[in-house]
Design a binder for this molecule. Structure first.
Ligand code: ATP
Length: 281
């Protein structure tokens, strides 16, 4: 079984600005893979190259074993794409748009199913430009899924969604994985990656700086007590550390409000690797 996506030494630039700088990554079929990175890291450029909208300046991209530019016609019916800031004709009504796109596919999903799952009934007769950001996102996801793709690229799928819509979207993406669909998503919500992704690729300045499962990335040899130490503690060591901290605090007249022992979060790893926070919308 070929990888769903195989990016090798990809280089992309806009004039003199290098956006992707020798990036290599693999997405296995049937997984949810999250591509994380700060603003301007090159995520969208990479996705757009995988979708065949941009030709690699150097290196190669294979999607479902095909060349996204040369084999565009063969590939497009097999993939679903949810672009950032999707875009639709501003006067078109949500359901008209969905109906129109579904007619372009040989074997579309039943519209009732998508309308129901993504709560699109409420925006059915509203012109696209008047939909809220979250509603536009939900419509964008429906448009990406209506053709029963084998692989979907979703660029910041839940940006602007309220928490309920975000949960529904997560459920839907998990159901897709269960039915064998590969999902590649970018997100600025690290919790989203932690909740959903089988595999995470962190990119920065157009380069891959870490890959692994959320667990692999957050595990490691350190535990956090507001100070990071170089090994896991046994219960006895933990108790001894608590005791030592208590004694030190008492001796110095300092009250401790809480002490936390635990794993690093994906956010900790991200900050450590990139040196900066992810920007929330
Ligand atoms: N059309 C363009 N013309 C010129 N520069 C561009 C263009 N598109 C992107 N860039 C630049 O390329 C770099 C990578 O942009 P890209 O949109 O791929 O990053 P990103 O990781 O998706 O960012 P974000 O998280 O903000 O969406 C950035 O420095 C950006 O300013």
């Amino acid at each position: 079984m070929p990888a769903a996506v195989e990016v090798r030494d990809l280089r992309m630039s806009y004039g003199s600005k290098t956006a992707v700088d020798g990036l290599s990554l693999t997405v296995e079929q049937g997984t949810i893979t999250a591509v994380l990175g700060p603003n301007g890291a090159g995520k969208t450029t990479t996705l757009e190259t995988c979708e065949g909208y941009r030709r690699p300046h150097a290196g190669s991209v294979r999607v479902l074993g095909l060349d996204p530019v040369r084999d565009h016609k063969a590939l497009m019916p097999r993939i679903g794409v949810m672009l950032q800031g999707q875009g639709a004709w501003s006067g078109v009504k949500a359901l008209e748009m969905l109906r129109h796109v579904s007619r372009l596919h040989a074997n579309p999903l039943p519209l009732d199913y998508l309308v129901d799952r993504l709560a699109l009934e409420e925006c059915g007769r509203t012109p696209y430009r008047r939909l809220s950001g979250g509603q536009q996102q939900r419509l964008g996801l429906a448009l990406a899924l209506v053709g029963r793709p084998e692989l979907v690229f979703v660029d910041e799928p839940t940006a602007g969604m309220d928490p309920a819509a975000r949960r529904t979207t997560w459920e839907l993406l998990r159901e897709l994985r269960t039915s064998g669909v590969t999902v590649v998503l970018t997100t600025h919500y690290l919790e989203e990656a932690e909740q959903l992704a089988d595999q995470v690729h962190i990119i920065d300045r157009g380069r891959l700086i870490a890959s692994g499962t959320p667990d692999e990335l957050t595990r490691g040899s350190s535990a956090t007590v507001r100070l990071v130490i170089d090994r896991d503690l046994t219960p006895a060591q933990e108790a001894a550390l608590r005791g030592a901290v208590d004694t030190w605090a008492t001796d110095n007249g300092i009250g401790i409000q809480s002490v936390t022992f635990g794993q690093r979060s994906l956010e900790d790893v991200f900050l450590e690797l990139t040196g900066r926070g992810i920007q929330h919308d």
